[in-house]
Write a protein that binds this ligand. Structure first.
Ligand code: CDP
Length: 235
């Protein structure tokens, strides 16, 4: 049983997020970076660029290429993961690159690449959402111009109830997982995937809940960026 009397196994209510901690600008050599803890997830994101795209034949004369690479450390999961890319990480890298590219003013940097490295150090479900959220802060920290700060959060269904931000148990045993990334200002959807089954009504409920979750996480992203750049305390 994953939920009893409206309380989940880890003590959360259906619409409650796991604890989240975000820190911007943690790496010296990256142009921008972010360290994020989200429940049991620990994620580092680093941004390099815009820099000349090499070899030259990959250059786009009209815009920058956004190249996100999602990678799981072999020690980040219960059963040791074979190092290097696999089908899952290739898919997550692709959808992450597309979500980020759609908010970046890429046309300002022709012939360049913007490289985004997402390293999952510890994984406990929802790593693609946590990765996008961390990557967005790292991009802002690198000073990359964007029309909004993307943010991601998942909703899902456990024991017939629609809930926010699935834990590892809930992800494994639950009925559905719906990761969503948005540009919070106009709620434009940048990523929408689904694992499992939902009725149309449940899907709408889960999407609304995920968007609400995204907006809560967006506040923490902004706080992390302000924390890095503030020079004095504002009462
Ligand atoms: O992490 P996310 O929910 O975005 O993606 P998923 O493919 O639904 O994976 C769910 C969880 O399964 C991950 O967060 C990991 O905790 C776990 N996992 C694992 O234990 N071993 C893998 N090779 C891949 C994922």
């Amino acid at each position: 049983m994953l939920i009893k009397d409206g309380i989940r196994m880890d003590g959360r209510k259906p619409d409650e997020l796991r604890p989240i901690k975000i820190e911007a600008g943690v790496l010296y050599r990256a142009d921008g970076s972010c360290y994020l803890e989200w429940g049991g997830n620990k994620i580092m994101a680093a941004v390099y660029g815009p820099r000349e795209a090499l070899p030259r034949h990959i250059q786009d004369p009209t815009k920058a290429i956004v190249n996100a690479r999602y990678n799981m450390a072999s020690f980040s999961v219960e059963e040791r993961k074979r190092p290097g890319p696999d089908r899952r990480s290739t898919e997550i890298s692709k959808v992450t690159s597309e979500a980020l590219e759609s908010v970046i003013f890429t046309e300002l940097f022709p012939r360049t690449t913007i490289d985004v490295c997402i390293e999952v150090l510890d994984a406990e479900a929802g790593t693609r959402c946590a990765g996008i959220t961390a990557a967005a802060v790292a991009l802002a920290d690198a000073g990359i111009p964007m029309r909004d700060l993307p943010v991601a959060c998942a909703a899902g269904k456990i024991d017939g109830t629609v809930v926010l931000d699935l834990s590892s148990e809930e992800d494994k045993e639950g009925e559905a997982d719906l990761p969503v990334a948005i540009a919070p200002r106009n709620e434009e959807i940048l990523l929408l995937q689904m694992d499992g089954h939902l009725t149309y009504k449940e899907f709408e409920e889960a999407l609304d809940l995920a968007i609400k979750g995204c907006k809560e996480v967006a506040k923490l992203q902004r706080k992390a960026l302000l924390n890095k750049y503030k020079t004095f305390e504002v009462e």
